[in-house]
Design a protein around this ligand. Structure first.
Ligand SMILES: *Cc1c(COP(=O)(O)O)cnc(C)c1O
Length: 370
């Protein structure tokens, strides 16, 4: 890995050498089959489900950020399911976070357990040492979505490796600028690039970063067989958005911390969590393990109605699921039924608005709502 800073790495990653008359970032190349011409088999692009030029640029950019080869997928869940289904066989055991992204647990319950895979759910902040024993795969999610608990990737990876298990980290909330899971000891790092990594709330995409090329080859073979290849326009749009990741995350983290300071002093707000807040129970661990803390904050208001009033009173915050975009959004998670959270639980995604404007708007909206 080179020694450039984050801002330089996201701007330059995966760029082709400059050519007169060509765009700085290569434009998307649209093709289902490519002309084979007289090339020997396997030396040129043949079919878009297997590979294409746009995905190679994007994967190269991400590989520089993750610190290992990257395989991109059509969605975050395609990335999660590739890791689970490629590595698990009947009779294997998998460890999943009981408080992590709901659809991952649902996938395991609906499609892995009926095929003879033992699914062990462990809370993110709990001791993992008993659960990793005899497991084939340990999937961590830190900070967890939506509760923002944190676990020690290095410590759990050491225990899991001793037990013969592979370790995957769902790093969606942190992004590779927030946390380098492979350097901390994970074998695989999973990301939903729908969220902060691309940050404009306009595409669905995912990727897996791998400790070595052998694991990447296995996942690329899975992608080819399962058909989870993203199209050229999505990866080009994502690559274009990646260049501002450093700037976006800085503003989002500044906004999140400024809001936390207001929320901590507001009567009627409980259960406040943000890994970058010194009073958070996970702060010490998060400070050791994370490079920056991102823009997602969670807290609880007294009821579903209070949350609705808060959103209605705010000029800058809108209700939307997903997170990590330019616009500040609120998701009242209990409305979806998958997470074990109170009715008034809010996952707040701080956007890139001016900090003073956002703080003034949120403070006024809370005053009216509470
Ligand atoms: C959104 C999300 C996913 C799924 O990603 P999609 O792009 O929606 O398929 C997986 N894990 C986490 C932590 C997420 O937040």
């Amino acid at each position: 890995m080179n020694e450039w800073g984050d801002g330089t790495r996201v701007v330059t990653g995966g760029m082709a050498p400059a050519q007169a008359g060509q765009p700085l970032l290569p434009s998307p190349v649209f093709a289902a089959p490519f002309h084979l011409g007289d090339q020997p088999a396997g030396t040129a692009d043949g079919y878009g489900r297997i590979s294409h030029p746009s995905i190679r640029h994007f994967e190269t950019a991400l590989a520089g950020l993750e610190g290992g080869p990257v395989v991109a997928f059509a969605t975050g869940m395609a990335a999660v399911s590739a890791v689970l289904l490629e590595s698990l066989r009947p009779g294997d055991a998998v460890v999943l976070p009981s408080d992590g992204y709901y659809t991952t647990r649902q996938l395991a319950a609906d499609y892995l357990a009926p095929r003879g895979v033992e699914v062990r759910e462990v809370p993110t902040a709990a001791d993992h040492s008993a659960a990793v024993d005899g497991a084939r795969l340990v999937l961590l999610e830190t900070p967890s979505n939506p509760g923002l608990d944190v676990c020690d990737i290095a410590e759990i990876s050491t225990a899991a490796h001793r037990a013969g298990a592979l370790v995957a980290v769902d790093n969606t909330t942190a992004t590779p600028l927030g946390q380098r899971a492979l350097e901390l000891g994970a074998d695989l790092v999973i990301s939903s690039d729908t969220k902060a990594l691309t940050g404009h709330s306009d595409l669905i995409l995912g990727h897996v970063g791998c400790r070595d090329q052998r694991l990447a080859d296995r996942l690329a073979a899975w992608r080819r067989a399962a058909g989870a290849m993203p199209g050229p326009f999505e990866v080009w749009l994502a690559h274009r958005s990646l260049g501002t990741l450093d700037l976006r995350l800085r503003r989002q983290a500044d906004n999140a911390l400024a809001l936390v300071e207001v929320l901590a002093k507001t009567d009627g707000v409980s259960g406040l969590r943000y890994p970058g807040w010194p009073a958070d129970p996970a702060y010490a661990l998060a400070s050791r393990q994370m490079r920056r803390f991102g823009g997602v904050v969670s807290f609880t208001l007294p009821s579903a109605e209070t949350v609705a009033r808060f959103v209605a009173e705010s000029a800058l915050v809108s209700a939307a699921t997903s997170f990590g975009g330019l616009h500040s959004t609120v998701d009242r998670r209990a409305q979806w039924g998958g997470d074990d959270v109170p009715d008034g639980f809010v996952r707040f995604s701080a956007g890139c608005e001016d900090t003073a404007d956002l703080v003034a708007d949120v403070s006024a909206a809370l005053d009216h709502a509470l």
